[in-house]
Design a protein around this ligand. Structure first.
Ligand code: ATP
Length: 324
């Protein structure tokens, strides 16, 4: 597999305005991105995603480490490196609301040094691809949020760069449009041969669209795995206990304290264990009040549960995933 982006030991600190204290936003982040994949960059608020993305785009100068794009250092050979990347950062604010759909496309093509004449065919192709052709002469301000989002992505595809970086592409979209954007992302990779990095809080996007995910928490990578492998890994530890008696409040508290991912409904406990041995902890809690265990089944997990466990657990999980 051909490596398009290599992020190595990236470090970035910010100085707090009031106290001048240094905050480490990114603390030794490393990962690679391969041609033709959709990589999901995830993490809770403040994890360091934006800082990582801005460093990849060459918008931020890291304090340590490096980013290479197609072999070019995004810091030392910035212009060559960023030539391979286009990005939609901060939602759809990269488009002009007072211009029409087509005018936006022509304007941004011009910004990249592409003449109006040579880009017309490409604009038509993209407008058709994104189902925006019939809206080409309408002002962006009159479009729905979903259409604006699609236009923002279309604009990012104009310069035909190898890598497209998308920050929260489905934020604020209704279910139907979010579904449409998700399938468009897959088609952009398949039909246009792009590599996509998508930063998102939208777990269905990750489960459905991303080949691999890099999860950042507290400025560090806590998982770098294929999405399906992560789900499988956690599935081996997901159990459903059916019990004959109601739990006491102490038992509920004990279970919730031990296991961050748990759902207790009446006489069922759905729990994802951190390691197989944890099965005995939960059985001991049940036995402590002579709770009758009727059966124990393995259950399925979704990506959201995997994510929650990885970001809530801290270092313990880092070891677990790294050893996988
Ligand atoms: N310009 C800045 N000055 C000071 N601190 C900053 C600055 N930018 C980010 N930080 C801090 O660095 C840390 C990482 O921020 P970053 O924006 O990279 O996280 P994020 O994962 O993108 O979060 P979100 O999902 O909320 O956008 C946070 O603690 C944040 O407060």
């Amino acid at each position: 597999m051909e490596k398009v982006i290599e992020v190595k030991n990236l470090e970035k600190s910010y100085k707090k305005k009031k106290t001048k204290e240094l905050v480490k936003a990114v603390d030794g982040v490393s990962f690679d991105v391969y041609r033709g994949e959709i990589l999901g960059l995830l993490g809770p608020n403040g994890a360091g995603k934006t800082t990582t993305i801005k460093s990849i785009c060459g918008l931020l100068k890291p304090n340590g480490g490096s980013v290479h794009i197609n072999g070019f250092d995004s810091n030392k050979q910035r212009l060559k490196a960023v030539n391979y990347i286009s990005a939609v950062l901060e939602g759809n604010r990269n488009i002009y609301w007072r211009l029409t759909v087509r005018e936006n496309m022509e304007y941004f093509a011009g910004n990249r040094g592409i003449s109006k004449k040579e880009i017309q065919g490409k604009i038509d192709e993209l407008l058709n691809f994104f189902n925006l052709k019939q809206k080409e002469d309408e002002l962006v301000s009159s479009l729905s949020r979903g259409m604006q989002q699609k236009l923002a992505i279309a604009v990012a595809l104009l310069p035909d760069t190898d890598v497209v970086l998308l920050d929260e592409p489905t934020l604020g979209l209704d279910v139907e449009t979010s579904y449409e954007v998700r399938s468009l992302l897959k088609r952009i990779v398949e039909e246009h041969g792009k590599t996509i990095i998508v930063s998102t809080h939208d777990m269905p996007v990750v489960q459905e669209v991303c080949d691999r995910t890099v999860i950042i928490n507290g400025g560090k990578v806590v998982a770098d795995e294929k999405v399906e492998d992560l789900i499988k890994l956690f599935e081996t530890r997901a159990y459903c206990f059916t019990i004959g008696d109601e739990l006491t409040n102490q038992q509920v508290t004990a279970i919730e304290n031990h296991f961050p991912i748990v759902e207790i409904n009446d006489k069922q406990i759905n729990v994802t264990l951190e390691k197989e041995d944890d099965l005995y902890i939960i059985m001991d809690i049940l036995k402590s009040e002579q709770t009758n265990i009727e059966k124990i089944d393995r259950t399925t997990v979704d990506f959201e549960q995997v994510f929650m466990q990885l970001v809530r657990g801290g270092d313990q999980h880092e070891t677990t995933v790294a050893s996988h």
